[in-house]
Design a protein around this ligand. Structure first.
Ligand SMILES: Cc1cc2nc3c(=O)[nH]c(=O)nc-3n(C[C@H](O)[C@H](O)[C@H](O)COP(=O)(O)OP(=O)(O)OC[C@H]3O[C@@H](n4cnc5c(N)ncnc54)[C@H](O)[C@@H]3O)c2cc1C
Length: 490
């Protein structure tokens, strides 16, 4: 016998947690069920050690503002990412004020965001980027320096024993953050469970079938391989991370035709040595190597997880055919369909730089990895750093009418024409922009309800439906208010 419910959220990551919490506020009467195949929530990409915990606001990541062929730099994408992060900050502030989230230091900590580059070309580019951003209200307070004494004050590990002669420069925004997305996810699910939402762990959604009445039958399997019935849902969100593609394909919706994913694993170097950790309080991003995907830009980060600070450097790319850290080795072949095989082959042919980059990364032993770190931190010693396995990224490959097939590095929400099912593909900027992604999804999937929900959404996210950057005073006030509630950026 299949159980009727209003909403099924597949996957216990930050995306389902955010959508579930929003829906519970907007429609407290709806029956919502969450399915997680592992024994706990937040064990895949949303786990603190599986991602870098950067509150992506485009303060330090160069890939959101590349130099155009004519040498110009356009701040539009960086501003848009920052606007999205401001929505997350507002939503988390409201959740703290409502008691849904615990003390803010359990999931967010003030950590200046820096960019550090070397060589004349990159120094000239960083200066140009700084000039374009410093007048944007959302980037107020950004600083630039080519002076080793100033950079030494910002991040001494970058400067100690650095050889003289090569030009370098850095920018710094004190208002950056480090976010423990695992803690945030767990707290949101705890709240949902307390509010009567069923969070079923050790239960995997196997297949999605549309019923004659328009609902979705979600067939289930538990960790013993048994079938604990099925659910009939009016709306399904596929927040299954790397496995979203499999479930969306199983649903048979035409919107998923032509899509595939390419898995890229990651590793970090981590140190908890207090003598090193105490000398660095920042997230320092740099330029990506040639051929490297934008999210593989190396960075040296302060992390605060479970109240304990450590430093993380990476990511180093790895390859595994699995779409999740706990996925299956058959994942990469099981996705092949007549509709996506050509776009995927085209991506392989068109991206020799990526393949070369991956091969180079795979060849790096521990010493070579620490050599990469020494480009940031010349005094790094092999023995202080241990290797950690990060989460899997499932990068989107899709059909393109001009190129045949393209690899893209952002996130993409796939929605059926009637809005009864939606799923999220891709990884970046990811968890930081979960609020904005889910607001977009609510609008697309519930067009007949969104107007009625607007007052509640505006109460949760005052900038909902508008932008901040064009209104300097409102932007400054919003940043100050959320900084106050979240106890950051002072
Ligand atoms: C190396 C790395 C670094 C990153 N760094 C950052 C960063 O610094 N800042 C940032 O904002 N973002 C970052 N991201 C991206 C961010 O981690 C992800 O965008 C975000 O965590 C995705 O959340 P999710 O809920 O979609 O997926 P996940 O957290 O992966 O959750 C999906 C869940 O679905 C479950 N599941 C899968 N299939 C099924 C099924 N059939 N039935 C039931 N359950 C299922 C899985 O077990 C998992 O728990 C990074 C990602 C990686 C991999």
């Amino acid at each position: 016998m299949s159980e009727p419910v209003d909403v099924v959220l597949i996957g216990g990551g930050i995306m389902s947690a955010t959508l579930g919490t929003l829906l519970k506020k907007l429609q407290p009467d709806w029956k919502i069920v969450v399915l997680e195949r592992l024994s706990e929530v937040a064990q895949e990409s949303s786990n603190a050690w599986n991602n870098a915990g950067t509150g992506h606001a485009a303060l330090c990541e160069l890939n959101y503002m590349p130099e155009a062929k004519d040498g110009s730099v356009d701040p539009a994408k960086a501003v848009a990412i920052n606007e999205q992060f401001q929505q997350s900050r507002q939503l988390w502030s409201s959740f703290v004020e409502d008691g849904i989230l615990d003390g803010p230091s359990t999931f967010i900590n003030a950590t200046p965001h820096m960019t550090f580059v070397r060589g004349e070309k990159d120094v000239a580019y960083l200066k140009k980027r700084y000039e374009a951003l410093r007048t944007q209200p959302l980037f107020a307070g950004i600083e630039y320096s080519e002076d080793s004494r100033v950079i030494n004050q910002w991040a001494p590990l970058l400067m100690q024993k650095r050889k003289k002669g090569e030009p370098f420069a850095a920018t710094r925004v004190p208002a950056g953050t480090d976010v423990d997305f695992g803690s945030l996810t767990r707290q949101l699910f705890d709240h949902l469970a307390a509010e009567g939402v069923e969070v079923r762990t050790n239960v995997e959604a196997r297949k999605l079938r549309r019923q004659a009445d328009g609902t979705w039958r979600v067939s289930l399997r538990n960790s013993l391989g048994r079938t604990p019935g099925s659910l009939d849902a009016r709306f399904v969100f596929v927040g299954a991370g790397g496995w979203a593609i499999k479930l969306l394909q199983s649903s048979g919706i035409p919107e998923i035709t032509g899509y595939g994913v390419f898995p890229i694993g990651g590793q970090w170097l981590k140190t908890s040595n207090p003598a090193i950790v105490s000398q660095h309080k920042a997230k320092v991003y740099s330029q990506a190597s040639v051929g490297a995907p934008p999210m593989s830009v190396p960075h040296l980060d302060t992390r605060v997880v479970d109240g304990e600070a450590s430093l993380l450097f990476g990511p180093f790319a790895t390859f595994s055919p699995k779409f999740l850290k706990h996925g299956r080795i058959t994942d990469i072949v099981a996705q092949v369909r007549p509709g996506n095989i050509l776009p995927m082959l085209k991506v392989a042919v068109d991206n020799p730089g990526l393949i070369k980059y991956l091969v180079g990364e795979l060849a790096k032993n521990h010493g070579k990895k620490v050599d990469s770190l020494r480009e940031f931190m010349p005094t790094a010693r092999d023995e202080d750093w241990e290797l950690l396995q990060a989460g899997q990224r499932a990068q989107v490959m899709k059909k393109d009418k001009d190129k045949g097939g393209v690899l893209q590095f952002g996130t993409e929400v796939i929605t059926s024409a009637d809005g009864s099912i939606a799923g999220l593909l891709g990884a970046s900027p990811g968890a930081s922009t979960a609020a904005s992604i889910m607001l977009g999804l609510l609008k697309t999937c519930f067009p007949d309800r969104i107007a009625a929900w607007e007052p509640e959404l505006k109460a949760l996210i005052p900038s909902y439906g508008t932008t901040l950057n064009g209104r300097p005073e409102v932007a400054a006030a919003t940043i100050a208010e959320t900084a106050d509630v979240l106890d950051i950026n002072r």
